[in-house]
Design a protein around this ligand. Structure first.
Ligand code: BTN
Length: 325
């Protein structure tokens, strides 16, 4: 099916107006099938003009990260090179990626993208609201890094998302521990890491990335205590971003930072992370399920934990939500 969609998108983009009959002939399908594909292409974000007596013409290409368009612009050598799976709606890209990773085969670099998730998952077993308009994707990797180093992978992904948003919006995005990407002090994207490992060997990891791109923030509101305030790129910059380009940038930067981690370890990743975070040196409250800590966010440790200076001690915190006071 996607192959056929791709074929039709390409047919329409090269030829100006084409009659339904010509399209049917060139694609080797029936005229009613042509109509169904035109409807589908429109749903996939293509602007297709139709004129009585002339046929169809591609007026605007899509800005959705559909695999064949992504493949045309993606400058990576691993991520997205073996397979990109795209779904209009799915329970969770993370769950599908995990199922595929478990099956094995050529999974290193596999990407699953969806326009909408019905059961998106967030950190700490939370729901992640994923309406149409966002970027919801999961990447499978078989990392060469050690199990200890794998705690850096969410930082690698957060850096990639932060840089990609900065580049595509020309606006500021910052990082908040552990892996939140922020715009104007509100959370715009989050990272989720799932992993399968035995002893000190990682079988695979699945990096889930959720970016509230072209979404109305009213669709992202959840009634949860202590949740960070949420925003979207649309809300933050007052216009939409091209999701196809932003997705390509995220995957390219993810591959770049991932290879930095493989080659040089966590030090350069933490250095870059610090440079994009505005929380270090500030008074923060760290909220865990059953505990709350207050202090100054002093630094990020080698293993990605947060070094917090409280009134009378220094503690390393491995998980929780941070509120900058
Ligand atoms: C967080 O809680 O900050 C992490 C959110 C991660 C959401 C992404 S969206 C794509 C992937 N699929 C999921 O179900 N979750 C992740």
């Amino acid at each position: 099916m996607p192959d056929r969609l791709q074929q039709l998108a390409e047919l329409l983009s090269t030829e100006g107006f084409l009659s339904g009959q010509d399209i049917a002939k060139k694609a080797g399908i029936s005229r009613s099938a042509v109509w169904k594909y035109i409807v589908r292409l429109r749903r996939y974000g293509y602007g297709i003009e139709s004129r009585r007596g002339m046929g169809y013409r591609l007026a605007k290409t899509t800005d959705l990260p559909v695999p064949w368009e992504l493949a045309k612009i993606l400058k990576t050598s691993i991520i997205g090179k073996s397979q990109i799976i795209y779904r209009e709606s799915i329970d969770s890209t993370q769950s599908l990626a995990l199922r595929l990773a478990e099956k094995g085969g050529k999974i290193h670099g596999l990407v699953v993208i969806a326009e909408q998730q019905t059961s998106g998952r967030g950190r700490m077993k939370r729901k992640w609201l994923s309406p149409k308009g966002g970027i919801w994707l999961s990447v499978v990797l078989k990392p060469l890094v050690s199990l200890t180093m794998s705690t850096m992978l969410p930082f690698v992904a957060a850096l990639a998302v932060c840089d990609a948003i900065r580049q595509s919006t020309k606006s500021d995005a910052t990082l908040k521990w552990p892996n939140d990407v922020m715009m104007a002090g509100k959370k715009v994207a989050g990272i989720l890491l799932d992993m399968s490992a035995e002893a000190d060997m990682i079988n695979y990891v699945v990096i889930g990335i959720g970016i509230n791109a072209n979404v109305e923030t009213s669709k992202l509101k959840v009634d949860r205590q202590n949740k960070p305030e949420i925003t979207s790129i649309r809300q933050s910059i007052g216009r939409d971003v091209n999701r196809l380009e932003l997705t390509a940038l995220v995957l390219e930067k993810l591959e770049m930072y991932y290879s930095v981690l493989e080659k040089y370890g966590s030090e350069p990743i933490i250095r870059e992370w610090r440079a994009r975070s505005d929380m270090l040196g500030k008074k923060v409250t760290v909220i865990q399920q059953d505990k709350t800590y207050s202090g100054v966010a002093a630094d990020i440790n080698e293993d990605g934990s947060l070094l917090l200076k409280t009134k009378d001690q220094e503690i390393s915190i491995v998980s929780g939500d941070v509120i900058i006071n």
